[in-house]
Write a protein of this length. Structure first.
Length: 217
């Protein structure tokens, strides 16, 4: 089976399972989406969605957020983990947005990546889910799934992102990114399937009998 054939098979399965792809992180606008994605690092979306209403009640825009102290932010977001780093980043990026971007989130991935605490994956999510630009954010779970599905030999998320963008049509990236996340959580978990259990893994590797060995990013 060629990579294009695998990609087509995967899209068909995912479209049937997830015809709709709601954004899993609750948000009001691109600023609150940016904060929610930043908080989701090493934290489940469900936990983030429990915390952000408390935070956004205090401040749901860059100006209001910039006026909170780092300690105030930390006390609210602490359950998300990495509280000191995240609270520092949220405070700093809010000040930058007010001073340099008139309180608006820049619609430019390079500018987003320059903001404190905003890496390529976070910036890609905002460009995709917030602004609607084609992007393919890749986290460690998508990286593992792409390996299991033989869509990449990449040893890191950067190479995997490039391979996935080559494998699938550009117009499908935003929806597909979310579909893969949903599928991974429901059917192809990081420490359960190992390319042996789920429908996609079985379809792509019908003769596999041993667990797949991942290359760590």
């Amino acid at each position: 089976m060629t990579k294009k054939e695998k990609a087509k098979l995967i899209v068909n399965i995912l479209d049937k399972q997830y015809p709709q792809t709601p954004i899993p992180l609750d948000h009001i606008d691109n600023f609150t989406l940016l904060i929610a994605v930043l908080l989701s690092a090493q934290c489940k979306d469900e936990r983030v969605n429990q915390i952000t209403p408390k935070l956004f009640t205090q401040a749901d825009n860059p100006l209001s957020m910039s006026k909170l102290t780092q300690k105030q932010i930390y006390n609210i977001i602490k359950p998300c983990g990495l509280g000191p780093q995240k609270s520092k980043a949220i405070k700093a990026l809010s000040i930058i947005l007010v001073k340099e971007y008139k309180g608006e989130v820049p619609e430019d991935i390079d500018l987003l990546e320059k903001l404190p605490g905003v890496g390529h994956k976070t910036a890609s999510v905002v460009m995709s889910q917030g602004f609607g630009h084609p992007a393919f954010p890749v986290d460690t779970h998508i990286h593992r799934l792409a390996q299991r599905w033989k869509l990449t030999n990449g040893k890191n998320v950067t190479q995997t992102e490039k391979d996935l963008k080559r494998a699938f049509p550009k117009e499908s990236w935003n929806k597909l990114h979310l579909q893969i996340i949903f599928w991974g959580r429901e059917f192809c978990q990081a420490h359960q399937c190992f390319a042996l259990e789920c429908k996609i893994c079985k379809a792509i590797n019908p003769k596999r009998i041993r667990p797949f060995a991942h290359k760590r990013p």
